[in-house]
Design a protein around this ligand. Structure first.
Ligand code: ADP
Length: 815
């Protein structure tokens, strides 16, 4: 028939085929009627002619008898009768020809037209549906493509992550690509889910609306012809026998025979199986770590914006469609308007179905913080595989850096621009924040002072603190310049994050009752043991308090700027409570989230160490912006500056003391599997009695071996061992190489290593065996130590404990 009825549901096509077959059969019957009646007309005419001829030929024979012959008279009368019968036959034939046959010809033509119309209707429905199915298949192919890309990017990311730890430009690039692939995949997933829903709705509409409408039109055409049909048959049988009469009378009900075609096929019989193409292909989501689910829209930070945009688009589409329907209804009963109206209704159903899905998915989110679509938490599993055994308590877990995790919009900083412009003014932001964070219980203390309030501690850090079912804490995030208070709970082996909702009258709630303060809300949740949201089922059991490192920003007073770091200024400050002098590294508010995590990494590494030659961490301030790292104040500042400014006044013993201090600090770090990666005079600090403390752990890694692939950009080439430069392989023995340069810096009193050489020249010369000469006045033993630190093969270099023994002996012997 030139169209694909296989594309539509089985029952739909059965109904269509029954109607099409009936129309065909009716056409054949009308044609048969025409032929039969034409034959009858011919036969009647022939018969009439024959009768008339017979009568004419034989009537004259009666004239041979006397005029009063009764027999002749009877014969003549009989012949007249025959002639009359012939005449009637001829007249009847005339009527049949002019009325019945004519009518049947018309009926035939009309029936053909009706059949054509119906077929057109049906083909249109089928082709619209086929188009949708094609779209679904195309989308599925696209889905496959993006899934492959996603998998590729993910494995590349994992590969680099393992190789590079979590630093380096190249890693940033692969991470970026992975996130992009993830975003693309999630978008395609949602498009596929919506398209499937639209196609399923289209199939339903086809069955319930379009096909019955086409059937109704076919029935109307049939009904319109019934009177003509009846008339044609009656005219052909002027004096019907009782049985025929009854059959003709019954024709009045012939319209009913089309009722079944105008009915909804789903109502008349049970629903058949769904068209296979319309089922979600589950294999597509098998490898997406549960982030994507069959037939479910993914609502996360990657998709939320596009879903909202789509929602608006659909709403506009529905509005336009309803207007069109309104307009068409006014034109009824016009046939084309009726036709278009049904089509518009079908389109509306499709749009509404997609709308419902998106609305449902968005509202399911409730007050849960937007999940991260591509939280690179897979990095954690990689991390786990490559790390030292973790500390027993997750809260005090190793100071693994978190910059691998994707920033989510809700945690994004306040979208600073180059010029430091903000979308809302600082003051509005501060006001909103004040209402939220400083919400104070009558007679109680501000939220900030609650032990379980962790300020702007990044989400990844928070997750490390919540280790048992029901563990919870409260924190603050900033999204689009809006401060939000978030409750984080460990539940069902995952971490759930709920945004505290603010009601119109300024109260706070989740799904249940509202309270005037966040504290009361949390108290209610904990005491009632009711789930925070029905969907999550999360119940609060144990509040996780701030670690002793988590200071209040207000506990620290900044006194004066003493330096400038990578992320912000360094200040001399004081602890409000004890008056203790401290150094405070601040992180500019405009620093992106990713870098904020890097900034905190130094704090996280330092908090585990306690050694006189390692700068001590006092705490981190994450209660609010700007976040800060508070350290012991090492009053002399940078060792490099100190060496340069005291060039002449430093004795051999003092210099050896510096070498000993740094060796002691490094030996301690080595025993803790910490690779500093940036040991240099500029990163050491000098304190009272010329004690040297190792500082600047921004590049440190807690691994025995740490591999970097690319991202050599910020690497201090002249301080870095050849195997790290050439193969990206870092061990404590690389720090030993740097230590050699550091003691060279000490003995040259702040000299510039490989002076006059560019980085690459220095690198090349070292590969060719060049080593810096002994600075003036350096003891031979110390120069020998330098040279041993600069052994090309790392395994030939001494370890820090050996170095310490050598330097201590020399120091002890020096006067
Ligand atoms: P970054 O690692 O962000 O570059 P640094 O650690 O190099 O920051 O600090 C920059 C400067 O701030 C140092 O050179 C030093 O002068 C000063 N500084 C840093 N930490 C301290 C401290 N604990 N005590 C005294 N001064 C410090």
């Amino acid at each position: 028939m030139g169209f694909s009825s296989a594309a539509v549901g089985g029952r739909v096509s059965a109904q269509h085929e029954a109607l099409a077959a009936r129309q065909e059969a009716e056409l054949r019957l009308v044609d048969a009627m025409r032929r039969c009646l034409a034959a009858k007309v011919r036969a009647d005419r022939d018969y009439a002619t024959a009768l008339q001829a017979a009568a004419a030929a034989h009537a004259a024979k009666a004239d041979d008898l006397p005029a009063d012959s009764l027999v002749a008279k009877a014969w003549r009368a009989m012949m007249e009768e025959m002639e009359a019968a012939a005449k009637t036959l001829r007249q009847n034939a005339e009527v049949v020809e002019s009325q019945s046959l004519e009518a049947l010809n018309n009926i035939y033509a009309e029936k053909r037209r009706a059949r054509k119309q119906y077929m057109e209707d049906y083909n249109k429905i089928v082709s619209q549906f086929s188009q949708l199915m094609e779209e679904v298949s195309r989308k599925k192919t696209e889905y496959h493509k993006y899934l492959e890309l996603y998998k590729l990017m993910r494995s590349r990311f994992e590969e680099h992550y393992v190789k590079a730890g979590r630093g380096g430009r190249k890693l940033d690039e692969v991470r970026d690509k992975f996130q992009k692939a993830c975003r693309r995949l999630h978008a395609t997933h949602n498009e596929y889910v919506l398209l499937l829903a639209a196609a399923a709705e289209a199939e339903r509409a086809l069955r319930h609306l379009l096909l019955p409408a086409a059937g109704r039109r076919a029935r109307a055409a049939h009904l319109a012809l019934l009177p003509a049909w009846r008339h044609a048959l009656r005219a052909a049988a002027p004096a019907p026998a009782p049985a025929l009469q009854a059959a003709l009378d019954a024709l009045d009900d012939a319209g009913r025979e089309y009722d079944e075609f105008a009915a909804d096929p789903a109502r008349s019989s049970p629903q058949g199986p769904a068209t296979p193409t319309l089922s979600f292909d589950d294999s597509l989501v098998e490898d997406t770590s549960g982030k994507l689910l069959p037939n479910q829209l993914a609502v996360d930070n990657l998709t939320i914006e596009s879903l909202r945009a789509r929602l608006q688009e659909l709403e506009a589409g529905v509005r336009d469609n309803q207007e069109l329907q309104h307009h068409l209804t006014a034109q009824l009963p016009s046939e084309p308007a009726a036709r278009e109206l049904v089509e518009a209704q079908c389109v509306e159903r499709r749009l509404q179905r997609q709308l419902e899905m998106i609305r449902g998915a968005l509202s399911e989110l409730g007050c849960e913080e937007l999940p991260s679509g591509c939280d690179l938490s897979l990095s954690l599993s990689v991390e786990a595989a490559f790390r030292q055994p973790p500390a027993a308590n997750g809260a005090a877990a190793t100071a693994a850096d978190v910059d691998g995790a994707a920033p989510t919009p809700h945690e994004a900083p306040s979208t600073p621009t180059q010029g430091g412009e903000r979308r809302t003014s600082e003051s509005t932001f501060a006001l909103v924040r004040q209402q939220l964070v400083q919400s104070t219980q009558p007679g109680g203390r501000p939220l900030q002072e609650e032990e379980w309030f962790h300020g702007v501690l990044p989400r990844d850090e928070v997750v490390r603190l919540l280790t048992h079912e029901g563990d919870f804490l409260v924190r603050e995030t900033v999204r689009h310049d809006e401060s939000q208070v978030v409750l984080s709970v460990c539940w069902g082996g995952h971490h759930k994050h709920f945004i505290v909702q603010t009601t119109a009258d300024g109260s706070f709630r989740f799904e249940g009752p509202a309270f005037p303060t966040v504290q009361e809300l949390i108290q209610y949740q904990q005491q009632s043991q009711l789930p925070v949201t029905a969907r999550s089922g999360a119940v609060l059991t144990r509040a996780v308090y701030r670690e002793r490192w988590e200071l209040n920003n207000d506990d620290v007073v900044l006194v004066e700027q003493i330096g400038r770091g990578n992320f912000g200024d360094v200040h001399r400050g004081k602890l409000r409570k004890t008056g203790m002098e401290v150094a405070v590294k601040t992180c500019r508010m405009t620093v992106p989230e990713e870098h904020r995590r890097k900034f905190l990494q130094e704090g996280r590494i330092l908090k585990q160490y306690n050694h006189p030659n390692i700068v001590r961490l006092i705490g981190i301030c994450v209660q609010k912006q700007p976040i800060m790292i508070v350290m012991e104040l090492v009053p002399g500042g940078s060792l490099l500056k100190f060496l340069r400014s005291h060039e002449d006044g430093l004795t051999q013993r003092q210099l050896l003391g510096m070498c000993r201090d740094t060796a002691a600090g490094m030996s301690y770090l080595e025993s803790h599997n910490c690779i500093h990666r940036d040991l240099a005079a500029r990163n050491c600090l000098i304190g009272q009695n010329n004690i040297v403390k190792i500082s600047d752990f921004g590049m440190s890694r807690e691994e025995e071996e740490y591999i970097v692939s690319d991202g050599m950009k910020q690497i201090p080439i002249k301080w870095t061992a050849p195997e790290a430069l050439n193969f990206g392989k870092y061990t404590s023995l690389c720090d030993v190489w740097s230590y050699g340069i550091l003691i060279w810096e000490i003995f040259s009193r702040g000299g510039v290593p490989y002076n006059g050489m560019s980085n690459s020249q220095a690198r090349e010369k070292i590969d060719n065996g060049y080593r810096m000469p002994k600075p003036d006045g350096t003891p031979d033993e110390m120069y020998r130590l330098m040279l041993s630190c600069w052994e090309y093969k790392p395994e030939k270099r001494p370890h820090f404990d050996q170095i310490l023994t050598v330097v201590e002996t020399l120091y002890g012997a020096a006067r």
